[in-house]
Design a protein around this ligand. Structure first.
Ligand code: FES
Ligand code: FES
Length: 159
């Protein structure tokens, strides 16, 4: 079936099988491999992208279901060629090690800060609770998101 999805602001039309998952559409059809495929059982959250600005696990969505909707992936997270504050936060605070979970974490973090620019630590932990990181122990991910929030609020202390 022909499906048209707005991906990172650009409409793309492809002929897809009805059973094709959005994560595979992004990675295998569009070569947007920043979104990772970890478990295929909706447990890991490595595949999180936005569907109409809502973070979703793209292994739980059929590409056909995304037809007519907007999808944003980590490749579309930077704005006007500048890294987003959450991307800079993860770099500054070592919010990643192997990086496998990072794209999903970034998309969730950005959605959180768009809704709640000053989240508490429990709110951050709640927001990322559907996503697994096997490396960082989460503390540095939380710090990275706090860094981004402070950066955007202009309250980050400069050391
Ligand atoms: S690949 Fe989607 S939740 Fe793990
Ligand atoms: S940085 Fe390795 S899984 Fe999170």
């Amino acid at each position: 079936m022909l499906v048209t999805i707005i991906v990172n602001g650009e409409p793309v039309t492809r002929d897809v099988e009805g059973r094709l998952l959005l994560v595979h559409f992004l990675r295998d059809v569009l070569a947007l491999t920043g979104t990772h495929w970890g478990c295929d059982t909706s447990n890991c959250g490595a595949c999180v992208v936005w569907l109409d600005a809502e973070p979703v696990k793209s292994c739980t969505v059929l590409a056909a279901m995304a037809g007519g909707h907007e999808v944003r992936t980590v490749e579309g997270l930077d704005r006007f060629g500048e890294y987003d504050a959450v991307q800079r936060g993860f770099m500054e605070c070592h919010g990643l090690q192997c990086g496998f979970c990072t794209a999903g974490m970034l998309m969730t973090a950005r959605a959180l800060l768009d809704r709640n620019p000053d989240p508490s630590e429990p709110e951050i932990r709640e927001a990322i609770s559907g996503q697994l990181c096997r490396c960082t122990g989460y503390a540095s991910i939380v710090r990275s998101i706090q860094w981004a929030a402070a950066e955007e609020a202009g309250t980050r202390e400069v050391h």
